[in-house]
Design a protein around this ligand. Structure first.
Ligand SMILES: [Fe+2]
Length: 281
C-alpha cells in the first residue's frame, strides 16, 4: 500500500491510497466527536464490508462515514487508487505505522529464510479465501494482519533450529512449536496495538481440523476460522516452495494433497473455498 498526503488544512486531510489487488485497509470507530471520513475511488474496484454486508465501489463511486460506528474493511478487488478524506489529522502517525508494519513483515520473512513476498503472498491468498467465505469486516482485518505476521514468533526461535537443514529432533520440534505462543504474545504486546487483531491467527495457525495440530490440539469449529484459512494457505505455499530438504510439488499435486486432507487436517469449508479461488493465485 502506498499513501500520499495530497493536501491538508485545519485538520482536514486528503490522502491518496494505492492498494494492490487484495490489499486491505480497516477503519475503526472514531474516538473523535463528529468525525467525518470518506472514500472516492479513482481507479479499480473496492469491496467495502461492514459487519457481514459487502458492497462494491467502482471508479467514480464514493462513500462517507460520519462518524465510523462499526469496523469497516475495504479490499481492492484489482489494483485500486482512491482518495481518503478525513476531518481529523492522522497522516503522520498513519504513515509511520504503515512503514513500520511493512518493515516488520520483511524482517520476519528474512529471519525465516524467506523473502517479504512470501508473507505477502500468504496474506493475499488468505484474503481471497476469506472473501469467498463471506467473513465479517473484523474477521477479514484479523485474517489479513494475522496471515502477514503468522510466523512472527519465529524471531524468538534460535537460528540453529529455525534454519536447520533436515528434520528436527523431538526436543527441537517442541521448541519450534512455541513460535505460535510467542507470536500471540508479541502481537498482543502494548507496543504493537495494531497487531492485536491478528494474534489469534498467529496462535492457532498450526491447529488442525482433526485435533492433531498444536499448540492446543483444538478441533473443528474450536479453531478460529481465519487461522484455519492460514493453515491451508501456509501448507499449500510450503508444498509448492523450494526448500532445502524437499522438491517443490507442482500446483496440481499440491491441490490434490490439500483436497485429500479435506475434513482431516483442513476445515472442509476452507478447502472448498480454496478450490474455488486457487486458479487465481
Ligand atoms: Fe508457523
Amino acid at each position: 500500500m502506498t499513501i500520499t498526503l495530497l493536501g491538508s488544512h485545519d485538520g482536514v486531510e486528503l490522502i491518496r491510497h494505492e492498494l494492490k489487488r487484495y490489499g486491505l485497509m480497516g477503519f475503526y470507530p472514531s474516538s473523535v466527536p463528529n468525525a467525518f471520513e470518506g472514500i472516492i475511488v479513482l481507479r479499480g474496484e473496492l469491496q467495502v464490508t461492514c459487519a457481514r454486508q459487502s458492497t462494491v465501489l467502482s471508479a467514480g463511486s464514493a462513500m462517507s462515514m460520519s462518524p465510523v460506528q462499526e469496523v469497516v474493511c475495504v479490499i481492492a478487488k484489482e489494483n485500486t487508487d482512491f482518495l481518503y478524506v478525513t476531518s481529523f489529522s492522522l497522516y503522520s502517525w498513519y504513515k509511520d505505522w504503515v512503514e513500520r508494519f511493512h518493515q516488520m513483515a520483511s524482517d520476519i520473512a528474512q529471519k525465516d529464510g524467506y523473502t517479504a513476498s512470501h508473507c505477502e503472498r500468504i496474506r493475499k491468498y488468505s484474503v481471497m479465501i476469506g472473501c469467498e467465505l463471506g467473513l465479517s469486516a473484523y474477521e477479514l482485518i484479523s485474517l489479513s494482519c494475522g496471515a502477514l505476521f503468522h510466523d512472527i514468533g519465529k524471531v524468538k526461535i534460535p537460528d540453529e533450529i529455525l534454519r536447520k537443514p533436515g528434520r528436527l529432533t523431538p526436543e527441537e520440534f517442541d521448541i519450534m512449536k512455541m513460535h505460535t505462543i510467542y507470536g500471540r504474545d508479541l502481537m498482543n504486546s502494548p507496543e504493537h496495538p495494531f497487531l492485536h487483531v491478528g494474534s489469534t491467527v498467529a496462535e492457532q495457525h498450526h491447529e488442525r481440523y482433526d485435533g492433531s495440530g498444536y499448540p492446543y490440539g483444538l478441533k473443528g469449529d474450536e479453531i478460529y476460522l481465519p487461522a484455519a484459512i492460514v493453515a491451508v494457505v501456509d501448507s499449500y505455499d510450503a508444498m509448492t516452495s523450494e526448500r532445502p530438504y524437499q522438491r517443490p510439488k507442482s500446483k496440481r499435486e499440491a491441490i490434490e494433497e490439500i483436497q485429500s486432507l479435506r475434513g482431516k487436517l483442513y476445515d472442509p469449508r476452507v478447502v472448498d473455498a480454496f478450490l474455488k479461488v486457487v486458479d487465481k493465485f
